[in-house]
Design a protein around this ligand. Sequence first.
Ligand code: AHR
Length: 514
Amino acid sequence: MKARLILGSLCLSASLSLSAQKSATITLQPEKATQIIPKEIYGQFAEHLGTCIYGGLWVGEDSNIPNTNGYRNDMLVALKELKIPVMRWPGGCFADEYHWMDGIGPKENRPKMVNNNWGGTIEDNSFGTHEFLNLCEMLECEPYISGNVGSGTVEELAKWVEYMTSDGDSPMANLRRQNGRDKAWGVKYLGVGNESWGCGGSMRPEYYADLYRRYSTYCRNYDGNKLYKVASGASDYDYNWTDVLMNRAAYNMDGLSLHYYTVTGWTGSKGSAINFDNEEHYWTMGKCLEVEDVLQKHIAIMNKYDKDKRIGLLLDEWGTWWDEEPGTVSGHLFQQNSMRDAFVASLSLDVFHKYTDRLKMANIAQVANVLQSMILTQEDKLVLTPTYHVFKMYNVHQNAKHLPLHLTCDTISVGDNRKVPLVSATASIDASGKVHISLSNVDLQNTQKVSINLANLKVKNATGEILTTNNICNYNSFEEPNKVVPTQFKNMKLNKNILIVDMPAKSIIGIELE
Ligand code: AHR
């Protein structure tokens, strides 16, 4: 770990340390509210990687694991609860080696391939276009297709769009019909390549900008389906990529993507998901909050070229990236998920809500069994992670009006110059007038008395839910799946327009006011 923490102690001894009560203040600013939080901020990502698809979402019709047409039933139930607005597929890096025609038609005829990016696993293509788009229909979410630019052709991508969305008497629509699907699916989001600077083709931005223009030209709108075309964007701090793409290809795009992972670095160990100390915890909070600066800088570049904010910024990969769990398959990116990951989710979402005049989508990586997952599976067992619980607690903000707020709280110093705020918050008001406030106290030791000024919002009743645990390293395992779960929260008092909330250390609280 690169950072040095000024106030540090071992994770395992945290509960033995003396705790104190701190205070924070929040003032809601409804008069400044202008933005609706697009539900797509709560997007998911499902890649052919490890057991995300096979074993995670899909077990096949012949499996002993209870399933509906091959999709595992326990997964479907859990995912429906999340109200997923959009799901990105088939990658990631996998997308630029994926040839969609290998994944249609009778399963026994589908060719196999090597998943070169992810452990060299043999991919049998039994989960393809139909399986994915039908899943989206079952979950009532928008599909976000990631097209192959790195190793595919313009013709291949153009035909894929026709296959999925044409309802006419077209060759690809007829092929789809032969494969059992009469009506076209609606497909709105189309990614034209992924990480084209890296696994998606190692391109220079100038070259990719031209390719993007070429590929996107032939991705047509069929029969009322209107594509939202997304150019493959930068990673983290590569502002030049955004600048070149905006300069050369803005006219042809609806969205530009960005990837930001909370990761210690791209070489060497990334640290354990479940054995970490206090210093690593606070460092992680700081690193995840750095996304705000990264967003601001990419947005500033986009503003230069697109003053009217026509083009959306899509953070279509984000989340924590730790070492793979010992004993799991190398290259499958299977990691556990602790209360620390829950904070990365809540803090990141708090930031995203502030930039939705430009940030139109975010897709956490990934939905099951890969990186910062919602859900982990092991054969017939399924576990909801602390991150899942945050997404569920936060889904009240989907399509609600963001309420800006002013927050003051203590900070903790991490490393040489990073100050991490100990409290984070976000608020929104939904169409029925209910106000939702989400609070995080990342302090490992101290409680927080949070005084919230509700300004002119008229509310009479407050109810709450809390996600907390006595040890930040705690997680939900297959043996103990309910170690970190939300419970009812009552420790708050509403007095006219002031709400006082007593937050335990290491807690995330969702409050509903009506
Ligand atoms: O999410 C895992 C991988 O991270 C994706 O395949 C790739 O786009 C990124 O580098």
